[in-house]
Design a protein around this ligand. Structure first.
Ligand SMILES: Cc1cc2nc3c(=O)[nH]c(=O)nc-3n(C[C@H](O)[C@H](O)[C@H](O)COP(=O)(O)OP(=O)(O)OC[C@H]3O[C@@H](n4cnc5c(N)ncnc54)[C@H](O)[C@@H]3O)c2cc1C
Length: 507
C-alpha cells in the first residue's frame, strides 16, 4: 500500500523549504522530495523585503535567519552621464510593516536555516537524493513517483506543491507552457568576499542621505550596464551585462572576471567566489494549478532580478497556498478555495515582473543617444517619483478571496508595540479582526478579535483605520486585508464564512 501524506513538496530550494515549514507548523504531514543531497552551495538571490521577514516570523524561523540578514537602504539608478536618475531609498522613512524595507542575505545560509527549522515545525519528512519522475491524479489526490537510492518509489498525497525550480520537471510532466514576457538579456554574475569598501566612479546628484556602500547601485551606463550590491558581511555581488558578440565562456574566465571587478576594488583585497552567466528573462506559467498539483516559485515564474523579487514571489506563493491548505485540512473550508491561488498570485507576479522588465529595458539600453534620452525622460518624472521605495512596486491582491472594500488585498501594517514586540507576536498568525473600539461588533470562534484602542502601538492601527475611513479590518493568515467595514465587523465575519464555505457558527 502507498504511503500517504497531506502535501508532497517537490524540490527543496528556498520556496519548497518555506512551504514545508508553514504546512508542518499547521500540523499537516509533509514529505519533501529533493533530488540533490546538499542544498545549492552558491548564492543566487541576495535581496528580500519586509514581507519575507514577516513570513519568516509566521513560519517560526525568524530567530534562525535574522542574524544573517543585513538591512540596507534601497536602490539607486545612475544614468549614462553618471548622474543619478532614480532613487528608491528608505533612510529615515517609516517602517510600517515592522521590518526594514530591504535586506541582503546569502542564499545558501538562508536555505540551511529553513531546512534546520524543519525539526521545530512538526511532521516534515525531507527525503534527499529523491528525484521526482512522474505523477498521476485521482479524484482525492495525487500519486507521485520518485527514484531514490537506485529504487523507484511511490507516495500518495492529497496535494502536491511543485517547487522544483525553473526547469520544473513537474511543470513539464503536466504539459504546462510558459508565457514569454519578451525580455531576455545575458548577464555575468560575480560574487566576491571583499575586505573593504567598493570604489564607485564619480556619481553626481547622490542624495544627501544615500550611502553608496549600503545601496543596490545600478549603473545604467551604455558602455556596460552593471549592478553593485552589498551583501551580508564581506559578501559583494556584481552583475555585468554582456555586450553583443561577447561569449559566455570567455566572460567567465578568471582573468576577465578579475579585470571587471578590479575597477571597483582598487587596492582592496578581495576573493572572487564564483562567476556565472545567466539569461535574465521574464516567464510566467500559463496554468499554476492542475487538479491537486500547484506550481510555485521559479517553477511558476521567472523574473529579471532588477528589483530582487524572484524568490520573494515564490515565498508569497507558498504562503498563499499554505493557509488555504490549513483552512481545508484543519478547519473544514471548501477545497475549492484553492482555485483562488492563480487568480490571486498570477496578476500580482505579472505586475511586479512587468516593473522589473520595464526597468530592465531602460537599464540594458546600449545606444548612447537613446540612453541620454532615457535619462532625460526619467529625470523629467523625478517630482512624481520623489520618495518612492521598492515597496511601491508591489501591488495589492486584486481578486480572489477578498471582500471588495477599501484596502482589500493590501498588506496590513505590523506596528512595533511599546514593549518592543511586533504586532503579529501579540495578535497571532491566523485570521484577525481589528476593531476600532469595544462598540464595534464582530466575533467568531476561529478569528482573533483585537481592539485597536487597547493596543500599545502608539495608535498605529487606529490611524490605519482612520486613513481608510473604516472601523474594522479583517486580516487573512498571510497578512493581506480580507476586507474592511464601517460601524460593525459582522459583515466581514459573515463574508469570510461564505468565502471559505463554512457554516457561520463554526467559522
Ligand atoms: C543571478 C540571480 C540573482 C537573483 N537575485 C534575486 C534576489 O536578489 N532576490 C530574489 O528574491 N530572487 C533573486 N533571484 C531568484 C531566486 O534565486 C530564485 O527565484 C529562487 O532560487 C527560486 O527558488 P525555488 O525554490 O523556486 O527554486 P530553486 O531554488 O531552483 O529550487 C528548486 C529545487 O528543486 C530541486 N529539483 C529539481 N528537479 C527535481 C526533481 N525532479 N525531483 C526533486 N527535486 C528536484 C532542485 O534540486 C532544487 O533544490 C536571483 C536569481 C539569479 C539567477
Amino acid at each position: 500500500m502507498n504511503e500517504r501524506c497531506d502535501v508532497a513538496v517537490i524540490g527543496c530550494g528556498p520556496v519548497g523549504a518555506l512551504a514545508a515549514n508553514l504546512l508542518g507548523r499547521a500540523g499537516l504531514r509533509v514529505v519533501v522530495l529533493e533530488k540533490e543531497r546538499e542544498h545549492y552551495p552558491l548564492p543566487r538571490a541576495v535581496h528580500l523585503d519586509h514581507e519575507m521577514m514577516r513570513l519568516f516570523q509566521t513560519a517560526g524561523v525568524i530567530d534562525r535567519v535574522l542574524a544573517d540578514m543585513v538591512a540596507t537602504d534601497g536602490h539607486l539608478h545612475v544614468g549614462a552621464d553618471h548622474g543619478v536618475i532614480r532613487y528608491m531609498g528608505t533612510v529615515g522613512k517609516p517602517k510600517p510593516f515592522g521590518w526594514s524595507n530591504d535586506y541582503f542575505f546569502y542564499q545558501p545560509e538562508l536555505e540551511a536555516h529553513l531546512r534546520a527549522a524543519f525539526a521545530d515545525n512538526g511532521a516534515i519528512d525531507l527525503r534527499l537524493g529523491a528525484t521526482f519522475t512522474a505523477l498521476e491524479q485521482q479524484g482525492d489526490g495525487v500519486t507521485v513517483h520518485y527514484d531514490q537510492d537506485g529504487a523507484s518509489h511511490t507516495l500518495a498525497a492529497r496535494w502536491v506543491i511543485a517547487t522544483d525550480g525553473a526547469r520544473s520537471p513537474v511543470r513539464k510532466a503536466l504539459g504546462i507552457a510558459l508565457d514569454d514576457l519578451d525580455f531576455e538579456e545575458p548577464w555575468l554574475v560575480v560574487d566576491a568576499e571583499v575586505e573593504g569598501p567598493v570604489t564607485f566612479p564619480p556619481i553626481t546628484g547622490v542624495p544627501a542621505d544615500a550611502d553608496l556602500q549600503r545601496l543596490s547601485v545600478m549603473m545604467c551606463d551604455p558602455a556596460r550596464p552593471a549592478t553593485v550590491v552589498p551583501g551580508r558581511g564581506n559578501h559583494r555581488r556584481w552583475e555585468f551585462m554582456l555586450l553583443p558578440g561577447e561569449d559566455d565562456q570567455a566572460m567567465m574566465q578568471p582573468e576577465k572576471v578579475r579585470e571587471l571587478v578590479a575597477a571597483w576594488m582598487k587596492d582592496v583585497p578581495h576573493t572572487i567566489v564564483r562567476a556565472a552567466t545567466y539569461r535574465f528573462h521574464g516567464l510566467v506559467a500559463e496554468r499554476w494549478q492542475a487538479g491537486n498539483v500547484f506550481l510555485a516559485g521559479d517553477a511558476a515564474h521567472q523574473t529579471p532580478p532588477f528589483f530582487g523579487q524572484g524568490m520573494c514571489h515564490g515565498l508569497r506563493d507558498v504562503a498563499n497556498l499554505a493557509w488555504k491548505m490549513d483552512a481545508i485540512a484543519n478547519h473544514g473550508a471548501d477545497p475549492a478555495i484553492l482555485d483562488t491561488y492563480q487568480p490571486e498570485r498570477d496578476p500580482h507576479v505579472r505586475g511586479v515582473i512587468g516593473a522589473a522588465v520595464a526597468a530592465g529595458r531602460y537599464i540594458c539600453e546600449l545606444d548612447p543617444a537613446k540612453a541620454a534620452a532615457r535619462d532625460a525622460a526619467i529625470r523629467a518624472t523625478a517630482a512624481q517619483k520623489a520618495g518612492e521605495t521598492a515597496h511601491d512596486l508591489i501591488p495589492a491582491i486584486a481578486t480572489g478571496l477578498v471582500m471588495p472594500s477599501p484596502a482589500a488585498g493590501a498588506r496590513f501594517i505590523q506596528p512595533i508595540l511599546a514593549d518592543g514586540r511586533k504586532l503579529d507576536d501579540v495578535a497571532g498568525q491566523g485570521w484577525r479582526l481589528f476593531v476600532r473600539d469595544d462598540s464595534v461588533t464582530g466575533t467568531s470562534p476561529l478569528v482573533t478579535r483585537l481592539v485597536a484602542a487597547s493596543l500599545d502601538d502608539a495608535g498605529a492601527v487606529t490611524a490605519w483605520l482612520d486613513a481608510h475611513g473604516v472601523d474594522a479590518v479583517l486580516l487573512r493568515p498571510d497578512h493581506c486585508v480580507f476586507g474592511t467595514a464601517s460601524g460593525t465587523g459582522v459583515d466581514l465575519i459573515e463574508a469570510r464564512a461564505r468565502a471559505l464555505g463554512l457554516a457561520l457558527e463554526t467559522a
